[in-house]
Ligand binder design. Structure first.
Ligand code: FAD
Length: 290
């Protein structure tokens, strides 16, 4: 099913993001997690795609497994950096044949573990090129990534928003945001986007902080601010994973409540292929999500 159609029918909803595991055991565990999370009636679940196509096979395998074994509506992340039109056509045709109707169109980053990766060999420069390419199928529902705290390479917030608008205007049905931990950034972004004429659904990407050290690394790469409240509540419990998880769940619930109270309708959860944390958060939000 196309996610663009789901938005027409639902004025509230959640979605889940998974990554393709490296082992058969990981795949089995992911299937269990996906089945557990599907009881929350998500709008869709998405599967990430390794930078430069490094997980292409695994992403596809996981999508087809979930398609066969669950009733979930599915979306593939797809990066275009270094890719050829021929390879994209081949993958998109395969997705179409297997009923994967939704694509998150991304530029991606050069894969850090492939030192001789040459992005100039590809035929796409930016996500907007991939959106245009997918659009010509007149088949897929397309989403794009947006950055409440501005993409790390952008020359300015204005330029970043202008490029976001270009990829949306090229045919995106909805946007999903980079993780952020202070709702203010997301709500300000929505406001700026709306003033610029962007009126598709933009889903906030919710990353529960269950391990602050790990999140610090990723947050510094993608320039997501970790608020003082998070540091204050977690700095004394960095060596106590259970306590950190408990606080992380509380903070994520607080963040989601804040967003929903401010008119946000949909939430996209980065699950890290685990169900426990996200299930607790959604359980706590039950009254606001129904
Ligand atoms: P673009 O929209 O192309 O933007 C990249 C940069 O170029 C920005 O700074 C933008 O301002 C600038 N720009 C855009 N257009 C132009 C132009 N015409 N001229 C000049 N500058 C321009 N990565 C993965 O590898 N796999 C995944 O599965 C994955 N999933 C993601 C899911 C979400 C929700 C998000 C937010 C990110 C995800 N990423 C993933 C990371 C993403 O690939 C990186 O953030 C990447 O650096 C940018 O991708 P993009 O599609 O936003 O790029």
């Amino acid at each position: 099913m196309k996610i663009s159609e789901i938005f027409k029918k639902r004025d509230k909803g959640i979605s889940f993001e998974f990554f393709p595991p490296k082992t058969e055991e990981g795949k089995k565990q992911l299937l269990t997690v996906a089945k557990e999370l599907s009881t929350f009636d998500p709008m869709y679940a998405s599967v990430t795609y390794g930078a430069g196509g490094t997980t292409q096979e695994r992403t596809r395998d996981v999508l087809y497994m979930l398609k066969e074994e669950t009733g979930l509506t599915l979306m593939s992340h797809l990066t275009c950096i270094g890719a050829t039109a021929e390879s994209m056509d081949s993958l998109l045709n395969d997705y179409k044949e297997h009923g994967i109707d939704n694509i998150l169109a991304l530029r991606g980053d050069p894969p850090p573990d492939v030192p001789d990766f040459d992005p100039t060999k590809g035929e796409f420069s930016y996500a907007v090129d991939l959106v245009k390419f997918i659009k010509k199928y007149d088949y897929f529902s397309i989403s794009v990534a947006v950055y409440p705290e501005v993409h790390q390479e952008a020359t300015s917030a204005e330029a970043d928003l202008e490029y976001a608008k270009q990829k949306i205007d090229a045919g995106a049905d909805f946007g999903i945001s980079q993780m952020f931990f202070d709702s203010r950034y997301f709500l300000d972004f929505l406001d700026r986007a709306y003033k610029k004429g962007i009126n598709i659904p933009i889903l906030p990407g919710i990353m529960p902080i269950t391990d602050l050290n790990k999140i610090r690394k990723f947050a510094s790469f993608c320039k997501a601010t970790i608020p003082k409240e998070v540091e204050d509540r977690m700095s004394g419990i960095l060596d106590k994973p259970d306590e950190m998880q408990r606080v992380g769940i509380d903070l994520a619930v607080q963040q989601c409540e804040d967003l929903l109270d401010n008119g946000v309708k949909y939430l996209h959860f980065y699950t890290m292929n685990k169900s426990e944390v996200v299930s607790e958060i959604i359980g706590a939000l039950k009254n606001k999500l129904n």
